[in-house]
Design a protein around this ligand. Sequence first.
Ligand SMILES: Cc1cc2nc3c(=O)[nH]c(=O)nc-3n(C[C@H](O)[C@H](O)[C@H](O)COP(=O)(O)OP(=O)(O)OC[C@H]3O[C@@H](n4cnc5c(N)ncnc54)[C@H](O)[C@@H]3O)c2cc1C
Length: 470
Amino acid sequence: MTTSTETPTLATTTTDLEPLRDSLHGPVIGPDGESYDAARAIWNGAIDRRPACVARCTGIADVVAAVRFARERDLLVAVRSGGHGVGGQALCDGGLVIDLSPMKGIRVDPAARTARAEAGVLWGELDRETQLHGLATVGGIVTHTGIAGLTLGGGIGWLMRKHGATVDNLLSVDLVTAEGELLTANEDENPDLFWGIRGGGGNFGVVTSFEYRLHPVGPIVLAGPIFHPLEDAREVLAFYREFIATVPDELTTIFNLRVAPPLPFLPEDVHGKPIVMVGACYAGAPEDGIEVVRPLKGFGNPIVDLLEPKLYTALQSMFDPSAQHGWHYYWKSVELPPLTDDAIDTLVEHASALTSPKSYCIVFQLGGALARVGEGETAYSQRDAAHNVNINAVWTADDVERERHVAWARDFFAAMQPHAGGRVYLNFLGDEGADRVRQAYGDRQYERLVEVKRTYDPTNFFRLNQNIEP
Ligand SMILES: Cc1cc2nc3c(=O)[nH]c(=O)nc-3n(C[C@H](O)[C@H](O)[C@H](O)COP(=O)(O)OP(=O)(O)OC[C@H]3O[C@@H](n4cnc5c(N)ncnc54)[C@H](O)[C@@H]3O)c2cc1C
């Protein structure tokens, strides 16, 4: 059997898998296994790949055994943790998937304000444990995203303008190299690797656990969305641009252009209507945030205003219903400088033309602590961007108009180019090729990543990722 990458793959007979099964504590699932289809399902239902087997690792020893097994046979390897990578690099056709999703260990040290979490942990699971102590680190905005892929690509979310990117709160990782050796990387041990890990994606090895710095957060935060009709979006966003120019780092905002989903907290007559949602989170005492958000709450004629004190964990799960497992997704993303009138016009025009009620365009406000980390301090680069724009075409398996939805995202992306600087955030990239990966870093940082890759993975054993070619 051969694959498109011309890497020898594994025959899928029981005998071929037997040595792997013998050396793993977790199950090794081949195409004849009952749970094979579940094991090869990831968040994006549009991805349909058939690996020779999925090695479900329960600990570091399993990961080492799986890497060595693949190395000895020169197999194509994919690494899967939360399974949310939109391009589906967590799966492969014909090779071995090293699946860390069973690795769920979390230990919080409330006195030291640190947490160690294994690679299969999802953001909702980590928040649940840290919030027990009124603590959190900077995570993503959907609870079922994996900590692993998100951290390795940089990590942005509601706390970032106060506390930096997820990688700025990363203290140490344990990692299995392409040779099957276990390493620790932090400021003191293997610092070149630690630099590359903080934004370089899955290029350097399989990370088995992450240690994070935590901050006092919640459990109650002043946060939530305000919904306006899309017909008011130009005025709302022009106001928003002036508003965010002066807000303190405690406030992070995100806006979203879409049709209102049928969520219980929205009045029924709004469901299905085009809206602009401006969401905010104040990462400080709620009473201190009231004056800060007052202008935002007072502007225009909102349909619904849910920017109010709530549990941090409730904020974190707010977008979960809009990003369900198994729906089909196609993303295009750009980074923007501060919004101009023309950029606002383009955003509103293309959002008004979306082809699926599930599609949307989400825009993150960057800056603050995230932007104060110098270029070159971590592999996560280009921190002076003002906004990340993620254009999400979303549809269901039975929708026959895939091409139309994808074309909407592509046209929207093309129209944003005159407003963008040819940059992209790594974690919002699909499977878009080498030039786009370079755009996530810029030439200088990319060349430095190549050096780290040459040191730790010179044969490009780990290449199903946003690949840095050695
Ligand atoms: C619904 C949704 C919401 C999102 N929200 C945010 C957000 O708020 N902020 C943000 O920054 N990003 C966000 N993202 C993007 C997210 O960070 C990336 O999709 C990320 O890759 C997901 O990580 P994962 O572990 O779930 O995915 P996976 O698909 O399992 O992994 C993605 C890739 O990361 C690498 N990888 C994964 N695990 C390991 C490991 N243990 N060791 C080495 N390499 C590994 C592999 O190359 C793999 O192909 C979101 C994505 C989705 C789908």
